[in-house]
Design a protein around this ligand. Structure first.
Ligand code: PGA
Length: 256
């Protein structure tokens, strides 16, 4: 049984006082979680302070993006060693909002993952099709290409250190989550692909999260699927109550 991973992607939300308040509340309520991995991904300026708050707890810290170079004249960018120096263990890579608004491609995603791994960060590679792609019948091709190209040239040992989040673009921030059946279909597709490329052992241990309008209302039915190894949560991670409820669902179902 794979341990579920619940990550909160705060996106471009929360000022420092708000971030501190939320992190403090989460630490109080779920700082001792045991049967599930919990990661908070606040915006860059809040990483250090949130990290300080959660450092004596079981909650882990993640960033929302990174650049592939280690240092230098890249105004506005943030490098992997900077993230690890403030306590990050995870980093989201290739989120669909980065692909849509900031020109992220499978090739740049690949370079970012490489930098993350070099510094011991666990990349959460986001993949997922748009509504048009789904309706045109190309979901399978899109997701397969994103996984293949995102993971190009990595060894099985490297891939084993990653997490993939299946996030259908049409489900993100829309209130319209994928049904468990829809998510399981794509997760199975990804797992089969991993199996064919890196072997059954890796594929069986590999964690694939679902993301897109996960709420306390639908967390149970999604997370009870064995194929769904956790959730990448946007909107519902911005309030302690709703995020805690999702974490508790993950904790309970990790037991099952
Ligand atoms: P959402 O976002 O939960 O607000 O749909 C998920 C994500 O983009 O990671």
């Amino acid at each position: 049984m794979r341990r579920k991973l619940i990550a909160g992607n705060w996106k471009m939300n929360k000022t420092l006082p708000e971030a501190v308040e939320l992190a403090g509340e989460l630490k109080k309520q779920v700082g001792n979680v045991n049967n599930v991995d919990v990661v908070l991904c606040p915006p860059f300026p809040m990483l250090f302070s949130v990290g300080e708050i959660i450092k004596d707890s079981n909650i882990k810290l993640g960033a929302q993006n990174l650049f592939w170079e280690e240092q230098g004249a890249f105004t506005g960018e943030v490098a992997a060693p900077m993230l690890t120096s403030v306590g990050c263990q995870f980093v989201i890579v290739g989120h669909s909002e980065r692909r849509k608004y900031f020109g992220e491609t499978n090739q740049t995603v690949n370079r970012r993952i490489k930098a993350a791994l070099k510094f011991g960060l666990t990349p959460i590679l986001c993949v997922g099709e748009t509504l048009e792609q789904r309706e045109a019948g190309s979901m399978e091709t899109v997701v397969t290409t994103q996984v293949k190209e995102g993971l190009a040239d990595f060894s099985a040992d490297e891939v084993a250190k990653m997490v993939i989040a299946y996030e259908p673009v049409w489900a993100i921030g829309t209130g319209r989550n994928a049904t468990p059946e829809q998510a399981v279909e794509v997760h199975s597709l990804i797992r089969e692909l991993l199996k064919s490329q890196y072997g059954a052992d890796l594929a069986n241990k590999f964690r694939i999260q679902y993301g897109g309008s996960v709420t306390p209302q639908n967390a149970n039915e999604l997370l009870q699927e064995e194929e769904i190894d956790g959730a990448l949560v946007g909107g519902a991670s911005l309030k302690a109550d709703s995020f805690v409820a999702i974490i508790k669902a993950g904790e309970l179902l990790s037991h099952a």
